[in-house]
Design a protein around this ligand. Sequence first.
Ligand code: NOJ
Length: 525
Amino acid sequence: MSEWWRDAVLYQVYPRSFADSNGDGVGDLAGITARLDHLAWLGVDGLWLSPVHPSPNADWGYDVADYVGVDPALGTLADLDALIAGADARGIRVLLDLVPNHTSVEHPWFVDARSSRDAPHRDWYVWADPKPDGAPPNNWVSGFLGPAWELDTRTDQSYLHHFLVEQADLNWWHDAVRDEFDRILRFWFDRGVAGFRIDVCHMIVKDRLLRDNPPLTGGEHWMDRLGGQRNEYNGCRPEVHDVLRRWRGVGDDYDPPRLFLGETHVFDVDQIVSFYGQGDELQLAFNFLFVFAPFEAAALRAVVEQAEAHLPAHATPCWTMGNHDVSRYVTRWCEGDPQRVRAALVLLLGLRGTAVLYYGDELGMPDTDVPADRLLDPVSARFQPFLNRDAARTPMPWNAEPGGGFTVPGVEPWLPVGDLGRCNVADQQADPNSTLHLTRDLLALRRALPALQRGAYATWPAPDGVWAWRRGEHVLVAVNLTGEPTRLPDVEGTVRVATDRARDGERVAGTLTLGPWAAAVLTLA
Ligand code: NOJ
């Protein structure tokens, strides 16, 4: 099973919000370990843990202060070893989150780097002189908007930060940085970590000459227009691929080879494809065109058809409906409507490739209302009400008791719990009709039907607003993305799993009818 990830379902855990084992209101590693049985019961193949390393939490773990440690709020290295062992015993692999673009300004490397122009770690970061008039060294914009440079008066130079000022960009032109990250990878791989999700993986190497970005051309995807410039010189540089090939070499030294899943936050399919290299870079690259498409048949189908057409044979697509940076699909795509939620799950899990669920997706967990005075994410605070990442980061609802089974009753969780009566694991586990059981049965079906694992994708004719596709020769997935009933002609087969569970096992001879926002997976015969 050296390519275990090809048709896998991965599950993203946001560690602070999964399960609190010590009653301090913050989720932790021991809490995740205690909940591994849920994940095994659900049937996921792997976990991706958002950062677990020591961090001052300016960006909640994405500002790393020690790449080979565990944040005390989350536990210890021994807790992480126990989590990996517990997952392994259940056939679940564990991926960590690698944040190579930047470190926390509190990382000892940066503390040293900023201390003087001659400091040993000075060149581990990107420094430049401000313009004579005091303006930043070039026009690059931070992903969180505003200039990507901060003047450090101690040495009168600016350092680059493509995110918060507390997140200083590393200088990936420097061999010592590359060597250090090889060591970091091996440290974790030697401990049994199955791979990494790589944060902002497309941006790690910047133009060596720090040239200004050109203006927008007008043809960009709306996500690419947010910074008001084309990321020509600070994103997708050719040298990024050198680093990815190097990491792949490190990962391929292990058995099974370690997995690299990139947060390729790019909005051009050929750029996504480029990160697979010749089968020698990332094994998986997230397709964010899918995440940011509307929940409409034509739009989503276009994204998938385009990916299927552009990806070379060696490459596996990677689909997700959301993560800790965006509104949950239940709210963003489905307006909280349980029918749409169930259709979305059939859609995601019926696609060819690796699927990534975000914790709570399996329940149809919506965004939680996090009032302005409880916001902890500075980015949300800056951009609300347009962006509220905290709303998608709230505690996993395990049951309807006070604390939601996430923490002990009476303890204030770090972020508020959502509406426990509406959505929790215990209630859904007890109800075979629940969204949780639907998700579990879809995962089981993926395992049972080889066509759902590796079968080629082929669009199947369907009325407007309906998306249907064949997987291999004998499996059909049909999703009605409208509020009207619909009919698909010329279908002969058996419903294996439908959003309306009463239809499981139904024989279809001629016409497949689907109610509003209904979906089904069928075997054709
Ligand atoms: C992407 C991460 O997913 C996000 O949470 C973070 O703020 C930025 N990268 C910066 O690390």
